[in-house]
Design a binder for this molecule. Sequence first.
Ligand code: DC
Length: 267
Amino acid sequence: MPPEQPDGAGDLLHSQARPPIIAIDGPGGAGKSTIARQVAERIGFVYVDTGAMYRAVTRAAIDAGLAAEDGLLSPEGVKLLAETVDIAFRRDGQTQRVLLNGIDVTQAVRQPEVERLVAHVAALPGVRRALIPQQRRMARRGGVVADGRDIGTAVLPDAECKFFITADFDTRVERRYRELCHRGRALLRSQVEADLRARDRMDETRTEGALRRAPDAVLVDTTDLTVADAVERVLSLCPGVAPRSALAGRVAPGTGAQARDSEASRS
Ligand code: DC
């Protein structure tokens, strides 16, 4: 028996005994979360959105008065909070809910005040050291798609399939701008651009868990790809994972016909 490891890293060594792990990293606005969620759905894997975990700690810090408009008031307090809060994901039909101490914060972690502060919270080494063991525990049994900035490099370096998803800067700004407009936010495109640039800089330069491509990660540039194409690209590069539609085609004639139709319309 291998020695028990408190952070679950030991279990990850026995990769043959469990379904694979798919690690997806990349900068904001590249389409990473959408692709990760759809890949997970297609193959029946659990989606671990690590960005939502940093957002949940940020939400908790704001609510506890440890962070305000202009920055973190108590980095030590935020670290202690990260060590004690309970963050969980719950599947609700097509959406994944984020629970903070049992309370649904799915919308609350997407609010502007969280957007502004989350990169500062994620840059605190103490916060990363509190969340990474939780992320490893969530992936312990395999069968997960985890996305973030440091999944393939630091959190789950033994993941069987690693991707680095990116797109050119203007495309990422445009996507983020459209997404925020879609959510009803009145914003200037120039503000979105400045925020994304600042976030990129913080993500790339922090001392721990900086955004970078793992040497064995496949680069997927989504600048000229649709989400569907990017999902297919990822699935095609993950040996041993069977898309649900392929399985359905074998067991359910109705679904199989639909699958063949949609296959035909793509070609
Ligand atoms: O992917 P996102 O926009 O929800 O991420 C929110 C913030 O958390 C962003 O500033 C990057 C940071 N993050 C991180 O530092 N490490 C991760 N594994 C995931 C996200």
